[in-house]
Ligand binder design. Structure first.
Ligand code: URA
Length: 433
């Protein structure tokens, strides 16, 4: 087999066989095929696409290009959830304990934040003592004992994606639906859970800018997962404003705790309830989503969900007194209100700008070497659909930095205020299975 023949076949709109896909994926991982030939193929895929069988084969071969997690040591049906990345997305920290308190098993591997989106691992590390890297045996034991662990990845999962994604990033080939879907799904499948719920975000703060593109991605990823024998479903959620009110590491953990105490922001609580109900159905703990929702409301009201977060934090070496007394989290030196200079209704809170501003306040990293200020971030006081008057507080900037007028102006510009009444968006726009 010759790589140049595979490239020209795809360039001319041909359909690649499993053997051809395996040849280029494994050849690339083993350094037998140079970057320039893979770049040419990625560009051909971007223009000509792939059919369902090709995408499933590509994902399956990428998944098995390195280690895969064998979760069979964990008893019961394992559920996982994955978000394509949003601003203020602290879902795993609230939803994980909620579903685990209802009996689901969540063996979750999460990542760090970069740029305008935060990462679950960084958020968890704002809890003093919390360890997010534990060995595999310990990970299995924790999920068997208490039903939940959220950790960083230790095994070498999907080396093919690491190489291919880095190359796509510098060759203008990131925006290809088959390549995005196989990249995300190969990593999720390699993490080993039986069921996957995907939260595909759309809007200016998200990877997919339009609802239509997000829907196509969600449908493709569900097709891949289901073809490879995992119950895969997806929800589509709007990222034209941040999720909930808090953006920034410790601030988001506190909001997750509020939610587990029954006092979370409505949009965030609703996303957790709807997603959790689907996950409980996938785990066969409930017969339908309505029953799932009732169970989740119950574990919030009886305190079992909060208890579960405490158990997880304690198991991973963290100080659980911060969960019971969130006022212990240190606040930033400056908490600066951003004031509206207009009357009207909030039409949009540009999530991308809010995410970037939070990063600049100290709450995120521009490069992987940057150190995060756990206390920094933004807390919204208004959401899309709210009425505002001149002088109202739109949000608060939390920071330990000085001379930040430029950043405060950027935050202000993220709020689009119009004269007409704006309705509040739904938490979930579409459910795909
Ligand atoms: N996220 C991924 O993991 N892969 C992509 O290709 C795009 C977003």
């Amino acid at each position: 087999m010759r790589m140049v023949d595979i490239i020209t076949k795809k360039r001319d709109g041909g359909i690649l066989t499993r053997e051809e896909i395996s040849f280029f994926v494994n050849g690339y991982v083993e350094n037998k095929i140079p970057d320039y030939q893979i770049s040419a193929l990625m560009m051909a895929i971007l223009f000509k696409g792939m059919n369902k069988e090709e995408i499933v084969n590509l994902t399956d071969i990428m998944e098995h290009s390195g280690d895969t997690m064998d979760l069979s040591k964990i008893k019961g049906i394992k559920v996982d959830k994955h978000s394509t990345g949003g601003v203020g997305d602290k879902t795993s920290i609230a939803l994980g304990p909620m579903v685990a308190a209802c009996g689901a098993k969540l063996a979750k591997m999460s990542g760090r934040g970069l740029g305008h989106t935060g990462g679950t691992l960084d958020k968890l590390e704002s809890i003093p003592g919390m360890k997010v890297f534990i060995d595999e045996e310990q990970f299995f034991k924790q999920v068997n004992d208490i039903g939940i662990a959220i950790v960083g990845q230790t095994s070498k999962l999907v080396p093919a994606d690491k190489k291919m994604y880095a190359l796509r990033d510098v060759t203008g080939t990131v925006e290809s639906l088959p390549l995005i879907a196989s990249s995300i799904m190969s990593k999720k499948l390699a993490s080993g859970s039986d069921c996957i719920l995907l939260d595909v975000k759309f809007g200016n703060g998200a990877f997919m800018k339009t609802f239509e593109d997000a829907k196509k991605l969600a449908l493709t990823m569900c097709e891949i997962g289901n073809a490879l024998n995992r119950d895969t479903r997806a929800v589509l959620t709007d990222m034209s404003q941040p999720l909930g009110l808090a953006i920034g590491n410790a601030l988001e953990v506190k909001e997750a705790i509020d939610t587990l105490n029954g006092h979370g922001p409505k949009d965030f609580e609703e996303l957790c309830l709807q997603s959790g109900a689907i996950m409980l159905e996938q785990a066969k703990i409930v017969k339908n989503e309505e029953e799932g929702r009732q169970k989740l409301i119950e574990v919030i009201h009886n305190g079992k969900a909060l208890e579960k977060l405490c158990e997880m934090v304690k198991y991973q070496g963290g100080d659980e007194s911060y969960i019971l007394h969130p006022e212990k989290f240190e606040l930033a030196k400056h908490i600066i209100p951003i004031i509206s200079n207009k009357d009207g209704y909030i039409k949009q809170i540009v999530a991308l700008k809010i995410g970037e501003s939070s990063m600049k306040l100290g709450g995120g990293r521009e490069t992987f070497e940057d150190v995060i200020d756990m206390a920094a971030g933004i807390v919204l006081n208004k959401k899309v659909g709210d009425k505002v008057n001149v002088g109202d507080i739109l949000c608060y900037a939390h920071t330990n930095k000085e001379n930040i007028d430029d950043i405060l102006n950027e935050i202000h510009e993220a709020f689009e205020i119009v004269d007409e009444v704006v309705s509040k968006p739904n938490s979930i726009h579409l459910y795909v299975k």
